[in-house]
Ligand binder design. Structure first.
Ligand code: BG6
Length: 471
């Protein structure tokens, strides 16, 4: 991200009264303002289908900042931010009403609305004459399956060029995810062993301890496979496994990611385990099962946990299994990549205890611990040669004093700058759907797991003879 103010432009949030706007977008814009990274001139216009005065919208924004912003507004900071805010009720005024509230010839429009409303909204924005000078951010999920994603791409491309479209995947805005490229391509030692010759298998876990919270209706239509695995997990995986781009130019990076998606082997039903959390007691408190949550059907077969075994059919990765999993109501929040290397060809040493003779493991902890650690064997002190696994660790917190920006701040700033390196391109999204399409058509029933446990038993069988690193 360049540390400059983007060119003058208005910022429009469609869906401004929703949850995403309050939790993420308004706080991100406020923090960009504090860092002097909002355009010099330009409004922030909230659009929604609720009738609301500008004053009411400002009050909503103020509460959002007080509750969710990483820095709370002082009175002066708030009034500078509030001055930019305006509101358009699109139910009564349509997007023509929005046009009259804009002050600049360029704008960033953020569609923070349900996917079912994308196509008609894009069309309405086009009919209101707001195509030239617009960049548009679309929130995931980009479609529900391959056919609907293609349909969505067609409707978007009927109005906007691909260069105007920014498909956001907020995992790509995380500092530790961007560091994957630096780790791989800034350090020659890792790149030499980053292939099938040295790597036995790779695990990637996105674990959340929370349940579905108040998002029952959304989750019933989505499930873990579509909510996290097909987008966040695949996107991060592409950075972990793609070839080195010729430059950091956005299309050079996106071309390499697309080639990687092309090489992903479509999943078969045996490659997928689906689970759903069941009622349990965690820390002495009873926690509802998914099917008892508000907005969820009592006989719901939607997965809150998904684990897959995936192969990448190219020269670098042929034959290496990638085990990917995500779940809600797991024992703790942790997003981690574990690269397990091949064992030494001959065992010269004896290990002590069950931990002895473990393979080398590289662990990239993306959140909440932001660390990278390499596990290798060392001689335990004593007269005998006995080996034990030990850790070498890099920690963001210990090495750097600066704290990372929120992913949304970085990504919104990039979009205002017209830099789409960290946004998904249509062809990559299409391919990511093609990889999961065969299992979406042939879903096996979910297996229940107790809330607070590491998912269903079938996921252990999927990864056998290996074990999940987090367990
Ligand atoms: C969102 C999903 O995209 O990512 C949520 O819809 C999930 O279900 C969230 O909780 C996780 O994001 P983060 O940044 O909190 O790990």
């Amino acid at each position: 991200m360049s540390l400059e103010r983007p060119q003058d432009q208005d910022i429009v949030i469609v869906g401004a009264t929703g949850d995403l706007a309050s939790r993420k977008l308004l706080p991100a814009l406020f923090n960009l303002q504090l860092a002097a990274l909002l355009p010099e001139k330009g409004r922030i216009v909230g659009c929604g289908r609720t009738a609301m005065t500008v004053e009411e919208f400002r009050n909503l924004a103020k509460s959002a900042l007080e509750e969710f912003s990483r820095s709370r507004p002082s009175p002066a900071q708030w009034s500078a931010f509030a001055e930019r805010l305006s509101y358009c009720d699109t139910a009564s005024n349509g997007f023509e009403g929005l046009a009259s509230r804009l002050t600049q010839s360029n704008r960033l429009i953020y569609l923070a609305i349900p996917p079912s409303a994308f196509a008609t909204t894009v069309q309405a924005i086009g009919s209101a004459g707001l195509v030239d000078g617009t960049r548009m951010i679309i929130e995931k999920p980009f479609g529900h399956d391959l056919a609907s994603s293609r349909e969505l791409t067609r409707s978007v491309h009927a109005v906007f060029d691909e260069a105007q479209v920014f498909r956001i995947d907020h995992f790509l805005g995380k500092e530790t995810v961007q560091n994957i490229l630096v780790f791989r391509f800034g350090n020659a030692i890792f790149e030499r062993i980053w292939n099938r010759d040295s790597i036995d298998h790779v695990q990637f876990t996105v674990a959340e301890s929370i349940g579905i919270e108040e998002r029952g209706a959304f989750y019933e239509e989505t499930g873990a496979l579509r909510d996290i695995l097909q987008n966040h997990v695949f996107q991060v995986l592409s950075l972990l496994t793609m070839e080195a781009p010729a430059s950091l130019h956005c299309e050079a990076v996106r071309d390499e990611k697309s080639k990687l998606f092309e090489a992903m082997r479509p999943l078969t039903p045996n490659d997928l385990v689906r689970g759903q959390y069941a009622r349990s007691v965690i820390d002495g408190k009873t926690v509802k099962g998914y099917s008892e949550e508000d907005g969820v059907a009592a006989d719901s077969d939607v997965e809150t946990y998904a684990a897959v075994r995936l192969f990448i059919d190219n020269w670098r990765w042929g034959g290496v299994p990638f085990y990917l999993r995500t779940g809600k109501r797991l024992p703790r929040r942790a997003t981690e990549v574990t690269v397990v290397f091949r064992p030494a060809p001959i065992h010269l040493f004896s290990g002590s205890g069950s931990d002895g003779l473990k393979p080398n493991v590289l662990n990239l902890c993306i959140q909440p611990d932001e660390t990278i650690s390499l596990q290798f064997l060392a001689k335990a002190p004593g007269p005998e040669i006995e080996v034990q696994p030990v850790d070498m660790q890099f920690s963001y917190e210990k090495s750097f004093t600066a704290t990372a920006d929120e992913a949304y701040e970085r990504l919104i700033h990039d979009a205002m700058d017209g830099d789409n390196t960290l946004f998904a391109r249509a062809d990559a999204v299409d391919r990511a759907w093609s990889v999961v399409e065969p299992v979406l058509r042939d879903l096996r029933p979910v297996e229940l797991y107790r809330a607070g446990r590491w998912g269903p038993e079938a996921a252990n069988k999927l990864i056998a003879p290996h074990l999940w690193h987090l367990r």
